[in-house]
Design a protein around this ligand. Structure first.
Ligand SMILES: Nc1ncnc2c1ncn2[C@@H]1O[C@H](COP(=O)(O)OP(=O)(O)O)[C@@H](O)[C@H]1O
Ligand SMILES: [Mg+2]
Length: 281
């Protein structure tokens, strides 16, 4: 897997906003059929990094390459036109539109769908419903339903299916599971896996280590704008990743405390009041 050429690559990218240095010397590769998990605490620079990948921000210095060739994105629509799709936490879709309508909104009518220049509700619905169902979301069967009536996971799924349908090669997901319950999150994780199977390169941003470990092939931990660790599936344990993200020993200490208690209490976990420090609530 390591020798696959990268679809998208950052080389020594720095990004400053005026005097504020946000990203430091970031080098990353995103490959087809692979999920890169970008982990990091709030404020680490994850959003700035993906906005740089998606053409929203220009690097202050360093290079962006696509298929090995240096590129300069003139803006987000330029990056989008080259197949880089970003899906935001709430799916970025339109609550008051129907599923079919929202699927085709904002898509250049000249890009291969000439016959739909006049909105064809029936066709749009068929295509949208099929695209979502192909991703395994079989509960969506009526394209006239309003997007606002879908669950968070279904909206994410719709947004991902839409990006894939319109030819995305790189799918950037900014905290897609952060606001979802367990079941909904597992739907979205399944869809991420499906997108990967279809050969997309996925950049999955999260601070939920378990979600990252479920789908990730490659991991990068961002701390204060720099890559603090870069490793592949199986190279680090959940505990190690959590500690890296916390940037210290806090979680390891807490877990050692819990394990110590369980060893002396027939395997029962401690009640919260036994645990000291700010992590116990
Ligand atoms: N446009 C901006 N101007 C100045 N500082 C910014 C700007 N965007 C982000 N930052 C700063 O960069 C840091 C990282 O932010 P962000 O990329 O949003 O982190 P994350 O998504 O990991 O929470 C923060 O300290 C934030 O205040
Ligand atoms: Mg963010």
């Amino acid at each position: 897997m390591n020798d696959k050429p990268a679809i998208l690559e950052l080389r020594n990218v720095n990004k400053s906003f005026g005097p504020i240095d946000v990203l430091h010397d970031i080098s990353l590769r995103v490959r087809a059929g692979e999920v890169l998990c970008l982990l990091g605490d709030n404020g680490a620079g994850k959003s700035t990094l993906i906005k740089t990948l998606a053409g929203v921000h220009k690097p202050t210095s360093g290079e962006i390459l696509m298929d090995g060739q240096p590129v300069t994105f003139t803006g987000p629509s330029d990056a989008q036109g080259r197949g880089i799709a970003t899906v935001h936490q709430f799916g970025g879709t339109f609550p008051l539109m129907s599923i079919g309508r929202s699927f085709f909104v904002g898509v250049e009518p000249t890009k291969g769908w000439g016959p739909f220049r006049i909105y064809d509700r029936k066709r749009a619905n068929e295509i949208a419903v099929k695209a979502v169902r192909d991703f395994g979301i079989t509960r969506i069967d009526d394209g006239d339903r309003l997007v606002g009536g879908l669950s968070g996971g279904e909206r994410q799924s719709l947004a991902i299916a839409r990006a894939v349908y319109f030819g995305a090669r790189v799918l950037i997901l900014d905290e897609p599971t952060a606001a979802l319950g367990v079941k909904q999150a597992s739907h979205v994780l399944r869809i991420v896996n499906e997108a990967k199977k279809r050969g997309l390169a996925v950049v999955f941003i999260t601070h939920q280590v378990m979600h990252a470990m479920t789908v990730g092939d490659h991991f990068a931990v961002l701390i204060r704008g720099a890559i603090a660790a870069d490793f592949r599936r199986g190279e680090k344990s959940r505990e190690e990743i959590t500690d890296l993200m916390a940037g210290g020993e806090t979680m390891a200490d807490l877990e050692a405390q819990v394990e110590g208690y369980m060893e002396t209490h027939q395997g029962h976990p401690p009640p919260a009041k036994v645990l000291e420090g700010p992590a116990a609530q």
